[in-house]
Design a binder for this molecule. Structure first.
Ligand SMILES: NC(=O)c1ccc[n+]([C@@H]2O[C@H](COP(=O)([O-])OP(=O)(O)OC[C@H]3O[C@@H](n4cnc5c(N)ncnc54)[C@H](O)[C@@H]3O)[C@@H](O)[C@H]2O)c1
Ligand SMILES: [Zn+2]
Ligand SMILES: [Zn+2]
Length: 361
């Protein structure tokens, strides 16, 4: 029997979001229904609301979530009702050319639920990143549920479902930061701060935080930044070079998603260093760089999809490190809110007042 629950939808481009009754079908083959306990507000939800991702309105927003599996469909064996899970938006298929080459974190055919959640009048909803978790319950592909130790607060665990995993993974997976490396992170929101925490965890020597907001730089220090640069007043390329013996950082992580900050990342990097783009640009953005500099400066220019994570490998490991007191995930939760406060949370995010607002159900 399909169930009716409350969920937050974005009805149309730039229209305020609102709480509506949504219909969640019973799980079909390979699907699961999850009772959502917490879901963080990510910048990508705002991009959806602004029409910056697709125009398939109405969206059921929310995708950074943890909860308990309520029911599973035919053939589901990896998770069972009662399991505490973090939802992921890249459930790998195991069969595409990336998976077959042994690089499943690049999977080109990730899974989502086949059935659609709807409004009560039958209007189909597009769940954000195939999840839609600003809702009391949501329907996902069973592979989107990653079981973790239940002895951790859902508000904290859910963060690994998107921004914090993307940031940590940008440093430790994509950027391959290792002991003694110098690292610069441009943009210190939830994603950038997670990249700082990841670099710290990996044993980076110098960790330089760059942002245009002093409040963000203060928090970045608590995540492990050893130096901070306010790029409103100071040229960040010069500053990073100065802090690294005149050379630039071994790894520079761009966590804003804009051409000007990407250019800063490109030039703030040492010869043969690595740039990681984890910030998500919008369709109209263009980048121009002298091709000779791209060649002459060498190294690697990489993008980081979801921190190149493998949920089944990385979520339990990071929860374990958190429980040991080695990864301060709780510091990312600025406030907990109710379902009907998501619009307000977008405002606060826009003004830079929060790292993460987390809806708790
Ligand atoms: N690659 C992925 O898988 C993935 C996953 C989640 C989010 N993201 C993307 O990461 C980006 C950051 O997300 P977030 O949730 O941390 O957002 P956020 O709004 O919390 O943080 C953005 C930060 O960038 C800073 N900033 C803005 N303009 C700047 C500039 N010119 N120079 C330096 N700093 C600047 C802001 O002050 C803020 O601290 C977004 O583009 C988001 O869509 C990517
Ligand atoms: Zn695949
Ligand atoms: Zn996200």
């Amino acid at each position: 029997m399909a169930q009716e629950v409350r969920g937050v939808i974005a009805p149309g481009k730039n229209e305020p979001v609102r709480v509506e009754t949504i219909v969640v079908p019973d799980p079909g083959p390979g699907e699961a229904v999850v009772r959502v306990q917490a879901c963080g507000v990510c910048h990508t939800d705002l991009h959806y609301k602004q029409g910056g991702i697709t125009d398939e309105f109405p969206f059921l927003l929310g995708h950074e979530a943890a909860g308990v599996v309520e029911s599973v469909g035919e053939g589901v064996t990896d998770v069972a009702p009662g399991d505490f899970v973090i939802l992921n938006w890249r459930a790998v298929c195991g069969q595409c050319r990336a998976c077959l080459r042994g690089r499943p974190w690049y999977c080109f055919d990730t899974h989502n639920a086949r059935q659609k959640m709807t409004l009560t009048d039958g209007t189909e909803l597009s769940p954000a990143l195939g999840i839609g978790a600003f809702a009391e319950k949501t329907l996902v592909a069973a592979g989107q549920c990653t079981k973790v130790d239940p002895d951790v607060s859902p508000a904290v665990a859910g963060l690994l479902g998107c921004g914090v995993m993307a940031g940590i993974g940008a440093a430790i997976n994509t950027g391959n930061v290792s002991r003694g490396d110098s690292v610069a992170v441009i943009g210190c929101g939830g994603v950038g701060d997670a990249a700082i925490a990841g670099a710290y965890l990996a044993g980076a020597g110098k960790i330089i935080a760059v942002d245009i907001d002093d409040r963000k730089l203060e928090t970045a220090r608590t995540m492990g930044a050893t130096h901070t640069v306010n790029s409103k007043d100071t040229d960040p390329v010069e500053a990073v070079r100065e802090l690294t013996g005149g050379f630039g950082a071994d790894v520079v992580i761009e966590a804003v998603g804009r051409p000007e900050t990407y250019r800063q990342a490109f030039y703030a990097r040492d010869l043969a260093g690595t740039v990681v783009l984890v910030g998500v640009p919008t369709p109209e953005m263009k980048l121009e760089l002298p091709l000779l500099d791209v060649f002459g400066r060498g190294g690697a220019l990489k993008s980081s999809w979801y921190g190149d994570c493998l949920p089944s490998r990385d979520f339990p490991m990071l929860i374990d490190l958190h429980r040991q007191g080695r990864l301060p995930l709780e510091k990312f939760v600025t406030e907990t809110i109710q379902l009907d406060e998501v619009e307000k949370a977008f405002e606060r995010m826009h003004h830079g007042d929060v790292l993460r607002s987390v809806v708790v159900l």
